[in-house]
Design a protein around this ligand. Structure first.
Ligand code: GLU
Length: 471
């Protein structure tokens, strides 16, 4: 038997509506709930709020799950689908009717409209006037069920992020829980689900603050313990306006395609509102260890692509080269590089990645080592593959033929000697060789380039450059 005195095990949830892709805001909400559950050794529940049949689509369910999977936000229970739980919602509504916590309302739409207009004209809120509250009505065509709210007092909670919040109950009208078509409303479904799924902490965007008092009243009407709430401030763009398409990609999966690593995305999302001193870099494990709601700020968070780039560069630098090689094929294919030697790629990655911020850039930097004949940057060719550089390239060809590429120290010695003989700086030797080997003027150190390409390919490229100069 569990000890009754023990606090219930932490259980959080992420309940997106599958009416679009998972956006940064939703992903951050999912992450905070996941981290809170993992930090407390609790459970994370995944639920799809798909009661809007018109707008909910199976493809969005797939894409949301794909994004969660990419971020590694695994759930312990679910996915639950609200669309499969209508019987349960109706049962809960019946329970409320039986206990006098809800009532049938027969007011026709025209009357409701008139009540609203009158309230607005008096400068009040457009609220239902409770006309059917005490009429003792039963079901009828076109009738709805309304929750019977308290007429006085206030509904308050201590928000885990925003502190104490309260609403006067007179501000909250008797909300519909069952529509005339027999479908439950959003508030009812959310509360019944959170009760049934044993949710202890509701962490969600602060656009839901005004829903919370209504939902608290519903928990009470169902004689169920009220969970704790934490409302996370919204996310703004760098210009301090609400984050939107104007600020760039908004869907999480877009960032995957733009070449971001999930650990960078996770790191970035965690820092949208949460902080730990001035630390910026967090591994998944560290986040699980350190995450708490006390350190979620009350002010809006700002999403900054430069920061994400910085984090991505860091995590690319940390990643296992073999794993990066496994992630690169789509980015290489987008450049027309379909078949190549994987070992060469794995060998190149540690050398090229210090200069890259995304997998798109990594693919760009990798290309010259993977293709048979790298594209020649015309400017670089015109400047460096010229007759004046023929002696340099000929002598380097000789060195590579003689020394191979496995002895960088000997090769470096030889390059220095060669520069001295020719009366140029080391760059005067390295740069034409770099262009001959990669087609570009920027690359890792020339000895690393030789090592990545290997003896035979290096010789072939030097030969090709020489015959271009000669021809
Ligand atoms: N389905 C709601 C949404 O996507 C979530 C509501 C909640 O967290 O309670 O905004």
């Amino acid at each position: 038997m569990p000890n009754q005195d023990q606090a219930p095990r932490v259980r959080t949830r992420f309940p997106p509506s599958p009416t679009g892709a998972l956006h940064l805001g939703g992903a951050r909400t999912a992450l905070f709930n996941w981290l809170f559950a993992r930090h407390h050794g609790g459970e994370f529940v995944f639920r799809l709020e798909d009661t809007d049949r018109e707008r909910s689509k199976a493809e969005y369910v797939d894409s949301i799950m794909g994004a969660m999977d990419w971020l590694g936000l695994d759930w312990d229970q679910g996915p639950f689908y609200q669309s499969q739980r209508f019987d349960r919602y109706r049962e809960a509504i019946q329970q409320m009717l039986d206990r006098g916590r809800a009532y049938w309302c027969h007011c026709p739409p025209e009357r409701l409209d008139q009540v609203r207009q009158e309230a607005l004209a008096k400068g009040g809120k457009p609220m239902y006037d409770g006309h059917c509250r005490d009429l003792g009505l039963g079901p009828a065509p076109g009738a709805v069920v309304r929750f019977r709210g308290p007429s006085g007092g206030e509904t308050a909670w201590k928000d885990l992020i925003k502190g104490p919040i309260s609403f006067a109950n007179s501000e909250l009208d008797d909300l519909v829980v069952l529509r005339s078509d027999g479908s439950p409303t959003y508030h009812l479904a959310v509360v019944v689900d959170d009760v049934d799924m044993g949710i202890t902490h509701v962490i969600r965007g602060d656009d839901h603050v005004s829903n919370t008092p209504r939902q608290i009243l519903l928990y009470q009407a169902l004689d169920s313990p009220v969970p704790q709430f934490g409302h996370v401030p919204m996310i703004l763009g760098p210009d301090k306006t609400k984050l939107s398409k104007r600020h760039g990609a908004t869907a999480v999966v877009d960032y995957r395609e733009l070449g971001y690593l999930p650990e960078a995305m996770l790191n970035c999302l965690a820092r949208l509102g949460w902080s730990h001193g001035d630390q910026e870099i967090f591994s998944r494990q560290e986040l699980v260890e350190l995450f708490n709601l006390e350190a979620v700020g009350r002010g809006a968070a700002v999403f900054d692509l430069d920061k994400l780039n910085h984090l991505n560069a860091h995590w690319i630098q940390q990643a296992d080269p073999g794993r990066l090689a496994d992630l690169l094929p789509p980015f290489l294919a987008a450049r027309g590089v379909a078949s190549y030697d994987r070992d060469t790629l794995v060998k190149a990655i540690p050398e090229i990645r210090p200069r890259t911020k995304t997998l798109v850039e990594l693919a760009d930097w990798a290309e010259p080592y993977l293709v048979e004949t790298p594209a020649l940057d015309p400017k670089a060719g015109a400047k460096f593959l010229v007759p004046a550089n023929r002696p340099v390239l000929e002598r380097v060809r000789g060195l590579v033929a003689e020394l191979g590429v496995e002895a960088p120290q000997a090769m470096e010695e030889a390059f220095r000697q060669l520069a001295e003989d020719l009366g140029v700086k080391l760059g005067g030797v390295a740069q034409p060789v770099r262009v001959a080997l990669t087609g570009r003027t920027a690359s890792p150190g020339i000895f690393e380039v030789l090592a990545i390409l290997g003896r035979e390919r290096s010789l072939a490229r030097l030969d090709r450059a020489l015959s271009a100069i000669n021809g």
